[in-house]
Write a protein that binds this ligand. Structure first.
Ligand code: NAI
Length: 294
């Protein structure tokens, strides 16, 4: 209650970022988000049009509507203003936006709120995700790492100084980092492995430097916009196959909802978990525990 959160990677109501915002709002946090410029316009339009109200996506437990206090444009592949190339600056989806690099976003959040308590990284991008690792180009591999892993390092480094002691950072990862998940290509499996390793090192470094916790949730499959983009086969998409497989084979044979992850995130970000840092926590109905399926 009374805490301020910045959630990076929210652009619609279908993903994990949104569910985390909702759970934090239910717990009384002030919610601010960072949204990727190419999807910022449509997100703002959807919010204004009441699209999310109809599906009850915005309604909190007490019947009130979730308030997103501020939406910052954020492109997490740029650390500072100087990193933004000319062609991006002049791109019509970026033109006219104020400072969307990570450093500028942290400065803007500081100007508006002073310090924050909670930082969530709920973003990933792998331009060649549909290609097997063997066919992934160097550029595609590095782009996946840049958007999906280094972005966390950079966020913690720029937001660390504006976080209150006792604060908490959380990201989202996927089990393809440690076990082979065919179809999760483009170097995204590598990017998630880096993200999990970085979570431990950042826990140590940011723990000592800022007295904040850094954890990651390894979430089960969810049909978000990002996941739907992974592959389109004739029959079922990559994410549909994953969802059905988990429901059929996980210890808890039930649907996994984004709110399941939102609620766990809220717990993990709370003082109740104040001595937990550097962990990868599975929120997957137990699927990770299986070595052989029946
Ligand atoms: P999502 O589509 O709701 O979230 C991904 C967000 O990343 C989007 O809003 C997109 O605009 C943003 N983004 C992409 N590139 C960006 C950039 N350069 N700068 C700023 N934002 C950028 O989808 P989802 O699936 O909820 O993803 C959230 C996190 O959860 C990701 O880290 C994803 O890998 C992870 N995850 C998702 C699973 C799933 O099955 N959907 C399973 C396990 C982890």
């Amino acid at each position: 209650t009374g805490k301020t959160a910045f959630v990076a990677g929210v652009a619609d109501s279908t993903g994990y970022g949104w569910a985390i915002c909702k759970a934090l709002a239910n717990a009384g946090c002030k919610i601010t988000v960072g949204t990727w410029p190419p999807v910022l316009g449509i997100f703002q339009k959807s919010l204004a049009s009441g699209k999310f109200d109809e599906a009850a996506d915005m309604i909190l437990d007490d019947g009130s509507k979730m308030v997103i206090e501020k939406i910052y444009p954020l492109d997490a592949v740029f650390d500072t203003k100087a990193d933004v190339p000319e062609d991006v600056l002049s791109n019509k989806r970026y033109a006219g936006l104020d400072g969307f690099s990570i450093e500028e976003t942290a400065e803007a959040v500081k100007a508006d709120y002073g310090k924050i308590d909670i930082l969530v990284h709920s973003l990933a991008n792998g331009p060649e995700v549909q290609k097997p690792l063997l066919e992934t180009s160097r550029a595609g591999y590095l782009a996946a790492a840049s958007a999906s892993s280094y972005s966390l390092v950079s966020l913690v480094s720029k937001f660390g100084p504006i976080m209150n002691e006792g604060g908490s950072v959380l990201s989202l990862t996927y089990i393809a980092s440690e076990k082979v998940i065919p179809g999760y290509g483009g170097g995204m499996s590598s990017a998630k492995a880096a993200l999990e390793s970085d979570t431990r090192v950042l826990a140590w470094e940011a723990g000592r430097k800022y007295n904040i916790a850094v954890n990651t949730i390894s979430a089960g499959p969810l049909k978000s916009r990002a996941a739907s983009a992974i592959s389109k086969s004739d029959k079922k998409s990559f994410i549909e196959v994953g969802i059905d497989y988990c429901k059929a084979n996980a210890p808890l044979a039930k649907d996994l909802y984004s709110d399941d992850v939102g609620q766990t995130a809220c717990c993990l970000l709370s003082p109740l978990f104040g001595a937990v840092t550097g962990v990868t926590l599975y929120v997957d109905n137990g699927m990770h525990a299986m070595g052989m399926i029946q």
